[in-house]
Design a protein around this ligand. Structure first.
Ligand SMILES: NC(=O)c1ccc[n+]([C@@H]2O[C@H](COP(=O)([O-])OP(=O)(O)OC[C@H]3O[C@@H](n4cnc5c(N)ncnc54)[C@H](OP(=O)(O)O)[C@@H]3O)[C@@H](O)[C@H]2O)c1
Length: 371
C-alpha cells in the first residue's frame, strides 16, 4: 500500500468538507499532509489544526496525490481538471462530471471495478442515489430490477450549511412565539413543514434535477439502462439523514425473506426494524427496514432506506474511493494524465436554469424552483 500521500480537500469549511476532514482522520487515511482549501473568505481559518488556503489563481496546485472536491459544480468544473493536470487524482462530490461517460461514478460497495479505467477524475454519486444503490445492488445482482418507485425524505443538510441555519432560525422563532424569518434557501418555510419538491427545475422539465440524478445515476452505477425509475424528491425538516420509501419490482421473483437474507449478507447495510435519520446520523452504514411484499404485484417489494447524507451520502464514500485507489495502486501515475470536461457532458448536467450562477446544481436556489 502507498503511504504518505498529499491530500487536499476543496470546500473544507462546508458541511461535507468538514466531514471529509473528520473521516480522513477517523479512518487513518495514509496521508502525509492534508491541505484544506476554501474561498478567500475562509483563508487562514484553523480547521482542527490545519490552516485553510484560498483556492485562487496563485494557489499552489503542485504535488497533490488525491484531491477531494466538495465545493459545488462550478468550482469543480473550474478547478478539478487543473488539479488533474498537476498530477492529482480528483474525487468530485458535485454533479459536474457524473454524466461524462469517461468519468467513473462509484459507490464503494457496489462498483469499485469502475475505478480501474479512471483518467484522473472520479465522481461521487448524489447522496439520495448513493444510499439507494447500497440497498438495491444486492437485489439487482440476484434477480434483476425492472422498475423502482421511490419517494425521498431529504434532510436540509443536503442543501448545505445555509439550509441548516434556515431550519434552525425558523424553528427557534416559531417556538418562541415570533414570526418565522422569510425563507431564503427553500420556496416555503421548512420548519414544521414538508416541501414536496427537492432540487431545481430545468426549463421545461417537470422533474427536478435531484429526481433526474436518481434516474440517470441508478442506471449508470448498476450498468443497466433498462431499469425504470419513478421518483419524487421531498425536503423534510430533519437536520441530517435522508430517508427513502422504496418500491422495487424485480425481474425474477424474490420473497421478502430472501431479500432480507441477501441484504443481511451485503456490505455496508444494517437491517433494523425501524431506521430513522436521528439514529443513522453519524454512522457510515445504510439502514434498511420494513422489507415486505407489495401485495399489489407478484414481483415487488417495499422497504424503508435511511442513511447519513453527509457521511455515506458524500464524505464516507469519497474517502472509501480514495482507500480503494490506494489499495489497488490506482492513484495518479497509474492513470492517463489528463481529462478535460467535455462540453456535451457539461450541457447534460447544466440545463438552462440550473447551475447558471456557478453554484452547484445539487444546491437548490429559490429562483430555480419554479414553485
Ligand atoms: N450536503 C450533502 O448532503 C451533499 C451530498 C452530496 C454532495 N454534496 C455536494 O457537495 C458540495 C458541497 O456541499 P456542502 O453541503 O458541503 O455545501 P456548503 O456547506 O455550502 O459548503 C460549500 C463549501 O464550498 C466552498 N466553496 C464555495 N465556492 C468555492 C470556490 N470558488 N473555491 C473554493 N471553495 C469554494 C465553501 O467555502 P467558504 O466556506 O469559504 O465559502 C465551503 O467550504 C456540493 O457540490 C454539493 O452538491 C452535498
Amino acid at each position: 500500500m502507498t503511504s504518505g500521500l498529499r491530500v487536499a480537500v476543496v470546500g473544507a469549511t462546508g458541511v461535507v468538507g468538514t466531514t471529509m476532514l473528520q473521516l480522513l482522520r477517523e479512518r487513518e487515511f495514509p496521508a502525509s499532509e492534508i491541505v484544506p482549501f476554501a474561498t478567500e473568505r475562509s483563508a487562514g481559518r484553523q480547521l482542527d489544526g490545519l490552516t485553510v488556503r484560498a483556492l485562487t489563481a496563485d494557489a499552489d496546485l503542485d504535488g497533490f496525490d488525491i484531491v477531494l472536491f466538495s465545493a459545488g459544480g462550478g468550482t469543480s468544473r473550474q478547478w478539478a481538471p487543473r488539479f488533474v493536470e498537476h498530477g492529482a487524482t480528483v474525487i468530485d462530490n458535485s454533479s459536474a462530471f457524473r454524466r461524462d461517460p469517461d468519468v467513473p461514478l462509484v459507490v464503494a460497495e457496489v462498483n469499485p471495478h469502475a475505478l480501474a479505467n479512471h483518467r484522473g477524475l472520479i465522481a461521487n454519486p448524489n447522496c439520495s442515489t448513493m444510499q439507494l444503490m447500497v440497498a438495491l445492488a444486492p437485489i439487482h445482482r440476484a434477480v434483476g430490477i425492472e422498475r423502482l418507485v421511490v419517494a425521498t425524505y431529504q434532510s436540509v443538510s443536503g442543501t448545505g450549511k445555509k439550509a441548516i441555519d434556515e431550519l434552525e432560525a425558523q424553528a427557534h422563532a416559531d417556538l418562541h412565539g415570533m414570526a418565522m424569518p422569510a425563507p431564503e434557501v427553500y420556496p416555503e418555510p421548512i420548519a414544521f413543514n414538508v416541501i414536496g419538491v427537492a432540487g431545481s427545475f430545468a426549463d421545461g422539465d417537470d422533474h427536478t434535477d435531484e429526481e433526474r440524478k436518481m434516474m440517470f445515476e441508478t442506471r449508470k452505477i448498476l450498468e443497466d439502462e433498462a431499469i425504470g425509475v419513478a421518483v419524487t424528491c421531498v425536503r423534510v425538516p430533519v437536520r441530517i439523514g435522508h430517508s427513502e420509501a422504496v418500491n422495487v419490482q424485480t425481474r425474477e421473483p424474490l420473497t421478502a425473506a430472501e431479500a432480507i437474507e441477501l441484504l443481511a449478507a451485503a456490505p455496508g447495510i444494517v437491517l433494523e426494524d425501524l431506521p430513522t435519520p436521528l439514529s443513522a446520523a453519524g454512522r457510515d452504514e445504510v439502514f434498511v427496514g420494513r422489507i415486505r411484499r407489495d401485495e399489489s404485484h407478484p414481483r415487488a417489494l417495499s422497504m424503508w432506506v435511511v442513511s447519513d447524507n453527509l457521511r455515506k451520502g458524500a464524505a464516507t464514500n469519497a474517502v472509501q474511493i480514495a482507500e480503494v485507489l490506494v489499495d489497488r495502486d490506482l492513484v495518479g501515475a497509474s492513470a492517463p494524465p489528463q481529462l478535460a470536461p467535455r462540453p456535451d457532458a457539461q450541457l447534460a448536467v447544466d440545463p438552462p436554469g440550473v447551475g447558471a450562477d456557478g453554484l452547484d446544481a445539487d444546491v437548490e436556489r429559490v429562483g430555480d424552483l419554479g414553485v
